[in-house]
Design a protein around this ligand. Sequence first.
Ligand SMILES: Nc1ncnc2c1ncn2[C@@H]1O[C@H](COP(=O)(O)OP(=O)(O)OP(=O)(O)O)[C@@H](O)[C@H]1O
Ligand SMILES: N[C@@H](CCO)C(=O)O
Length: 307
Amino acid sequence: MKNEIKIFSPATVANVSCGFDVLGFCLETIGDEMIARKTDKKGIFITKIEGFNLPYESDKNVAGVSALAMIADAQPDFGFEIEIYKKIKPGSGIGSSSASASGSVFAINELLGRPYSKTQVTDFAMKGEALASGSEHADNLAPGIFGGFTLVKSTFPLEVLQLPTPKDLYATIIHPQIEIKTADARAILPKSFPLKDAITQWANVGSFVHALHTNDYELLKRALQDVIVEPHRSQLIPYFKEVKSAALNNGALGAGISGAGPSIYALSKGIENAKKVEKAMRNVYSNTAIAFETYVSQINTDGIKEI
Ligand SMILES: Nc1ncnc2c1ncn2[C@@H]1O[C@H](COP(=O)(O)OP(=O)(O)OP(=O)(O)O)[C@@H](O)[C@H]1O
Ligand SMILES: N[C@@H](CCO)C(=O)O
């Protein structure tokens, strides 16, 4: 069995407009790198963090919290050092905390000889994700661990469905450099919603899943709307309406808030369309004082992998 592993833990887009807390997909062009290594001393030790200023204490860093949950169950007679090379800015809306929480347990599972299933790995990762967001949800974790598009059928007990990924679907992400904490973006949501909005939303989720199965881009386009969360959270993101309109007017199939924001995602058919959408989204922020970054990515069907 190996003593050390280096992995790529990709960024992910959760919610995908209609599927708050249940839908997600995995990106290819941005992600963190992590190294896990066995140590004689029992426990979890975060020994290096590069990229962003995050806690080294294993009970304060999401990577440590999920790893502690896994070793509490596995009871190995050794411990693990973890190095985190962070590329995904915390509070970005593209699953920064999720990449760390899932990356550590993916790596430790490999070093233990893979005793846990992908669902069990996701379950341990949820413990870390809960530290960042205040609630156990798996819509960023599942696409990172399973790859492609996923739907979290339930969290207690955890059940993840892997959905088909149309080959020529590309994501464009624009990340305005402001931080929105998931916990804050969850706190502003109302506790109840009108039944008519709930009906629209679950019809959209069902249609979206059907569209993925049938490669029906026209249906996918009509399903990518969010009448529940976006009206509330979009107020936290400067120029959200303008960026979304720019994407849709330039051929995107749909666009919306990525995870809890502030990143905004769009889905397009083909890389050329995705690049055209990127240009249009960039144009909106280029005329403002807001710094931003953009990414165009194919949907990553591998998920987290050893590198
Ligand atoms: N290893 C880690 N990586 C990223 N954030 C971490 C980590 N450990 C602790 N945190 C804390 O988690 C918070 C960031 O998580 P949050 O869920 O708010 O953002 P995000 O993961 O980028 O967003 P989203 O889930 O919407 O994609 C920050 O407060 C950060 O300090
Ligand atoms: N579904 C979560 C994703 C971010 O962690 C939310 O939107 O709050």
